[in-house]
Design a protein around this ligand. Structure first.
Ligand code: PDD
Length: 287
């Protein structure tokens, strides 16, 4: 498997960084996850823009311009042996150099960021899995207040997701002070009386690229929607509940904390949106 590390494409086994890398020692870095269909990256510019926003958020200069990133991503895609890919991009604050303290919270000066990219096969849900939907649990969102940064320090998200795994579920739906934020690694939508509801972009959620596509599709196809704060009571009384992400696409949550969501099966709007999303994907990939 070929990966990219700091200017070179090389076999995974040869990709080595220092144990003092800020990513390893502090989780000091940001990332992106770009879905690739038939060797074509989906919404790459949007992902690269969000990467820029994350880098700005942690005060790390972007090591590449958009055109350079695009070129590197396309080269990495071409080196893979599978056509549908989940392409991971990570940028850390790099490794302190000779003469600098090996570990110091303050930013090291004059250090190059570490840029690492690799791809793994993208496995999206089968029609059977979509027809079944998934279960989720709720938890208090105990993450920091800068969740709009796609930070590699994911300890809170990992612990939260594990609560779902421990309950044989797919996702943890998070609530902060009685309001819906998002999933441990996804955005969450509610359907109420035929209206699609989405929590507003803020520092409390990572606004997904998939989230944006879903709202664009709703607007384009006359599906009523509102972007507004959603209470825990509304989540629990939802007709439909969805999780969305680059890897899960649109997935209906049919059971929450053991209770059926709506009828207990994926609702009509989830099915419609998934069809629109699949169609959109096909169109973009053919273009
Ligand atoms: N995560 N919110 C969080 C906390 C996420 O981790 C993700 C995605 C999303 C959805 O974003 P998008 O639609 O752009 O994938 C929302 C990716 C898939 C991951 O960490 O692997």
């Amino acid at each position: 498997m070929s990966v990219y590390l700091n200017g070179r494409f090389l076999p995974l086994a040869d990709a080595k960084i220092s144990v003092l890398d800020r990513g390893f020692v502090f989780g000091d870095g940001v990332y992106e996850l770009v879905p690739v269909y038939s060797n074509k990256p989906f919404r790459l510019d949007e992902h690269l823009r969000r990467l820029q926003a994350s880098l700005d958020g942690i005060r790390l200069a972007n090591p590449h311009g958009i055109a350079e990133w695009r070129e590197l991503v396309l080269q990495l895609i071409a080196l893979q042996e599978f056509a549908d890919q989940s392409l991971y991009i990570q940028v850390t604050r790099g490794t302190p150099v000779e003469g600098q303290p090996p570990r110091d919270h303050a930013f090291p000066q004059g250090v190059s960021p570490t840029v690492f990219m690799f791809a793994q096969p993208l496995v999206t849900a089968t029609p059977e899995q979509k027809a079944a939907g998934v279960c989720a649990v709720t938890a208090v969102d105990n993450r920091w207040l800068r969740c709009n940064i796609k930070a590699i320090s994911l300890l809170a998200n990992i612990l939260l997701r594990q609560q779902a795994v421990d309950a044989d579920c797919a996702e943890t739906v998070m609530l902060r002070e009685g309001w819906l934020t998002e999933g441990a690694a996804s955005n969450v939508f509610v359907v109420q009386d035929g209206v699609l509801l989405a929590p507003p972009p803020s520092n409390l959620i990572l606004t997904g690229i998939t989230y944006d596509v879903v709202l664009e599709l709703a607007a384009a196809h006359g599906i009523p929607y509102a972007v507004r704060a959603i209470s825990e009571a509304e989540v629990r009384a939802a007709d439909e509940l969805w999780m969305t992400s680059s890897t899960r696409e649109i997935m209906a949550i049919v059971k929450l904390d053991g209770a059926a969501v709506g009828t207990g099966a994926p609702g009509p709007l989830a099915q419609r949106m998934d069809a629109l999303y699949q169609n959109f994907k096909q169109q973009v990939m053919r273009a």
